[in-house]
Write a protein that binds this ligand. Structure first.
Ligand SMILES: C[S@@+](CC[C@H](N)C(=O)[O-])C[C@H]1O[C@@H](n2cnc3c(N)ncnc32)[C@H](O)[C@@H]1O
Length: 222
C-alpha cells in the first residue's frame, strides 16, 4: 500500500490514544540513544520532525529551544498536553514535513525519530529538513532501514502491505533517502530488533566542496 498524507492522518488519529501505552514503549532505548548522540547543549535550537505525541520533549535538556512538526492534529494534541516543560521553550507546528516548515539555517540540530519510514516521501523529508540546519549543524535519525545492499525479499514486500496499512514502511534504505544530501555520516549504530533499527548521526557539510566522509554508510546487521 502506498503511503499518503491522507492515510497517515487517519491512521495516526487512531494510534494517538494508544501510541504511548503500546508500541512507543518498545522504542525507549533507541530514543534515549538518539538524544544522547544529538548531545544538545543549553542555548541550542532543535527541530523535531514528526514529533508525534512528544515523547522526546522531556528528554531535551533544560535551556534548549525546540520546534516540533507533525501532520496529525491528534498526535500533536498529545504532545501539547506535555507542555509546558520547565526550562525548555517548545513550539509545535501542524504541517507536512515533506516541505521545510521553518526558517532555513536556524537550527543547531534536527531529530528524525521514526519519521523517515512513515512519511510518504522520506527523501524529501530528510533533504528539506536538513535545510533548517546552520552550516555544520548535526542531525540524528532513529528508524528502521533495510541494509544498503540487502535484497528486498517477496516476504518482506508482502509484510509491507500490512505494515504500511498501520502507518510504517519496512522497505526503505537510508542510503537511498540520503542520496544527494550534502552530509557526512559520522555514526551508524545498530539499535533495536537486532539492528533493523539504526541510530545515525550526520553532519551538514559546510561548503559544497567539502569532501564527504560516508563512513559506515553501508548498513549491515549486527
Ligand atoms: C511513528 S510516529 C513517530 C512519532 C515520534 N517521532 C516518535 O518518535 O514517537 C510517526 C509520526 O509521523 C507523523 N507524520 C506522518 N506523515 C507526516 C508528514 N507528512 N509530515 C509530518 N509528520 C508526519 C505522524 O503523524 C506520526 O506522528
Amino acid at each position: 500500500m502506498k503511503m499518503t498524507n491522507r492515510w497517515n492522518r487517519i491512521i495516526y488519529s487512531l494510534w494517538a490514544p494508544v501510541y504511548d501505552r503500546t508500541v512507543n514503549r518498545f522504542f525507549t532505548p533507541g530514543r534515549k540513544r538518539a538524544m544522547e548522540m544529538l548531545a544538545l547543549q543549553p542555548g541550542e535550537r532543535v527541530l523535531i520532525v514528526g514529533v508525534g505525541t512528544g515523547t522526546d520533549l522531556p528528554l531535551i535538556p533544560e535551556g534548549v529551544e525546540a520546534v516540533g512538526i507533525d501532520l496529525s492534529p491528534a498526535m500533536l494534541a498529545r504532545a501539547q498536553a506535555r507542555l509546558p516543560l520547565p526550562g525548555r521553550e517548545v513550539t509545535l507546528i501542524q504541517g507536512d514535513a515533506q516541505q521545510l516548515q521553518v526558517e532555513e539555517g536556524r537550527f543547531d540540530a534536527v531529530l528524525f525519530n521514526l519519521i523517515l519510514s512513515v512519511i510518504p516521501d522520506g527523501a524529501a523529508c530528510l533533504r528539506e529538513n536538513l535545510r533548517a540546519l546552520k552550516p555544520g549543524g548535526r542531525a540524528v535519525i532513529f528508524d528502521k532501514f533495510l541494509p544498503d545492499d540487502g535484497k528486498l525479499s517477496l516476504g518482506r514486500r508482502l509484510l509491507n502491505l500490512g505494515s504500511t496499512f498501520f502507518g510504517t514502511d519496512i522497505t526503505r534504505r537510508f542510503n537511498h533517502l540520503a542520496d544527494g544530501c550534502h552530509i557526512a555520516i559520522l555514526k551508524n549504530e545498530p539499535s533495536l530488533a537486532g539492528g533493523a533499527y539504526r541510530v545515525i548521526l550526520v553532519r551538514s557539510l559546510e561548503n559544497k566542496n567539502e569532501r564527504e566522509t560516508p563512513v559506515y554508510s553501508n548498513i549491515s546487521r549486527g
